[in-house]
Design a protein around this ligand. Structure first.
Ligand SMILES: [Zn+2]
Length: 495
């Protein structure tokens, strides 16, 4: 006991000296030693209007004492299943949400039609045939072509990244499958995902340009349960479309080791995936009308579609219910905000962004009335704050609102933020915010068969609801409103 205390004290001293509050990671995703909140001091209170403080107090209290985010998440996932664009599950989810939002007392509940791509996975069998026979834990990447009704067998070469692939000669690659082995690190997922995901999105065309017949990637994720992680990939125009497959990290590492030992490795792919014609789908919209300026809108939302392997609980059922429950609590507590709160559940974030594009096209004439847009799409881990894209002056005002969330550890407002679905609004100068969350464990499950509602911790989800409710309500109350800022680039023309 005494030795343990000495070690703990030494660690504490080391951490203080190093000026870090949380150098250590714990094993549990749900218990960590990061800053869990610093209540405001009395001299900070006058910075906040009394009504803001009062409303935030009620919202945070109610979210932590009783909210329906977990049950809504479980029921969405259990009733509708996975929700890939154009699938039965996505159709079910649109109808399910329209019904539930109406029953929850929202106003102006409606669907806004968008056309979406329809990719179907079909069967998938990936087998190592040399140096011995073994079935691999693998899945097709979203958008991949199939193998045309028969297995495709070829020798495999391995290289870490797109950069190292580009240094290979066509003679080394032609007729082979290319295995891209770059590993995504857990420690900083927010910055780890971005640089790694290019092997998934661009690997197939990069390999095909050198004559490869298929691309295999180490799954972009941090899990160690031998699960493949799917996700969107793109084909460059004019380049031969070759099948693209994610292997579980464990199986990718095995192939890589065998190749490093100069064993001949051969893999057989049998993929039934195909892209069918676009189909009709919809964004789901619901509102709480503003009491003074109903024409002005604070948008909050997440994406309703998901990948097809799990039931899309963390990505992005969690974002959907965080925004939904935040708005529902505001209504339940009778905190009718100055401006309209508009909940938007976007379709097709994962493989096309047609929902975000469709919303922008539908509301293009009304952008000046969009005061702010907030997206939640980083899982269910506890909230840290928001990233905010706005004018610098408005950023400082949003940071003032962040004070209301400091006591629950969610008050840090950083410059730059938004989300994929609200990207077109941001490009056009609407202030956008993205909920920042502890995502260190998110990529264990992201785009896998294990993305199911049990992975969401009720307390962390409640904290997210509280953070979203306070920010959305605060932005809908703030006087004067946040201003649209000059668009840096004219919004790119999108589908
Ligand atoms: Zn997502």
């Amino acid at each position: 006991m005494r030795a343990w205390r000495t070690i703990a004290a030494a660690l504490l001293v080391a951490r203080v000296v190093a000026g870090q509050s949380s150098p250590m990671k714990t094993e549990s995703p749900w218990l960590d030693d990061q800053n869990l909140g610093t209540p405001l001091r009395s001299e900070e209170l006058p910075q906040l209007a009394g009504s803001l403080l009062e409303g935030a107090t009620r919202l945070i209290g109610r979210a932590l004492i009783a909210n329906r985010a977990v049950e809504t998440l479980e029921q969405l996932c259990d009733d509708c299943g996975s929700r890939l664009s154009g699938s039965t599950g996505a159709d079910l989810a649109v109808a399910w949400c329209l019904d539930r939002l109406t029953r929850d007392g929202f106003s102006n509940v409606h669907a806004e039609r968008v056309m979406v791509p329809r990719w179907v996975r079909g069967h998938c069998r990936v087998t190592m045939s040399l140096p011995r026979e073994q079935e691999l834990a693998a899945c097709a990447l979203g958008g991949s072509v199939g193998t045309g009704g028969r297995p495709l067998k070829a020798a495999v070469i391995a290289t870490p990244s797109l950069e190292t692939l580009a240094r290979l000669s066509p003679a080394e690659v032609r007729g082979k499958m290319v295995l891209l082995t770059r590993k995504m690190e857990r420690d900083d997922p927010a910055s780890g995902y971005g640089p790694t995901v290019s092997i998934r999105s661009d690997g197939a065309s990069a390999a095909a340009k050198l004559g490869a017949v298929a691309v295999l990637i180490r799954s972009v994720g941090t899990g160690n349960a031998r699960l493949p992680h799917t996700g969107a990939m793109n084909y460059d125009p004019g380049v031969t479309k070759i099948p693209a497959v994610a292997l579980s990290a464990e199986d990718a590492e095995m192939l890589d080791r065998l190749i490093a030992r100069e064993r001949d490795v051969e893999v057989s792919l049998d993929l039934g995936c195909e892209t069918l014609p676009d189909v009709e789908s919809a964004n789901v919209v619901a509102e709480l009308p503003g009491r003074e300026k109903p024409e002005e809108i604070v948008l909050l939302g997440g994406h309703l579609d998901s990948w097809d392997l799990g039931t899309g609980a963390l990505d992005d059922g969690a974002g959907v219910v965080i925004a939904w429950e935040a708005a529902r609590l505001i209504r339940e507590l009778g905190l009718r905000p100055r401006r309209t709160l508009r909940l938007v559940l976007f379709m097709n974030e994962e493989n096309g962004l047609r929902g975000g594009d469709g919303y922008f096209a539908e509301h293009r004439a009304d952008l000046a009335n969009h005061v702010a847009a907030i997206e939640a799409d980083s899982g269910a881990g506890r909230p840290l704050g928001f990233g905010c894209t706005s004018s610098d002056g408005d950023l400082a005002r949003v940071q003032q609102l962040g004070l209301l969330l400091r006591g629950i550890g969610a008050g840090e407002i950083t410059k730059g933020g938004g989300g994929a679905d609200i990207g077109p609004l941001r490009a056009a100068g609407v202030p956008t915010l993205g909920l920042r969350q502890d995502s260190r464990w998110y990529f264990d499950y992201h785009h896998t068969a294990a993305d199911t509602p049990d992975k969401a911790d009720p307390h962390e989800l409640a904290l997210n609801v509280a953070a979203m409710a306070v920010m959305a309500w605060g932005l809908a109350e703030l006087d004067p409103r946040l201003a649209n800022f000059p668009a840096e680039n004219p919004p790119r023309s999108r589908r």
